[in-house]
Design a protein. Sequence first.
Length: 266
Amino acid sequence: MIKKGMIATLVFMLMFALVGCGSSTEKTATTEKKVTVVTDAAFAPFEYMDKGEIVGFDVDLLKAVMKEAGLEYELKNIGWDPLFAAIQGKTADMAVSGITINDDRKKTYDFSIPYFESTHMILVKEGSSIKSAKDLQGKVVGVQNGTTGQEAVEKILGKENKNIKKFENTVVAIMDLLNGGVEAVVTDNAVANEYVKNNPDAKIVAFEDPEHFESEFYGFMFPKGSELKQKVDEALKKVIENGTYTEIYKKWFGTEPNIESLQQQQ
């Protein structure tokens, strides 16, 4: 037989245990997991490696947006093709890597509102006879595989054209241009301008062709149906509106961003 004193003690212990369980459950329910963000850090000035650290415009913008959203995150450099596989397979929560938003990609992935307006440029050696996109006909042209730069060149030369040389990243494509393996490289304007500015001795020039290359917009990429998209969109809008975006843009590009153009795309 259990005595009254023992019963009171057991009741107290049971109540303490229940309170403890309630606190643990509540803490678990309110704790958000760290967001896994993937990138291809070979796309300066958007993301690249510097002394073992991933840096760039995208990296600074991501930091500002996640801070505004109140989200902890981890940024991983896994490469261009793998980042698409990681998002599609939901082994990563989000990707940032100068990723152009287009209808084809939207069939498989969700995107944030646009955060950067871009177009393509043609990189050639000084003295090249290539002066426009039409001049790429009959030339060997380097592109980063799986990018809209590749698609832009395919529209001009044809999708199965053997003169389109595909590379793992733009850095390798430009190295091949310097070594004479290709006669031109087509890549995003900010990347092309950054390379020319930082490598004056390479004697490489970059030019636009608005007639053949239309404006594109970058966005953060998510798995289809991601609940994270809404939080990131709201935070990105605030970062654009409160001037933080402009500060980051001017730091990396030295000019004022076209905020109106971005907001029109929202």
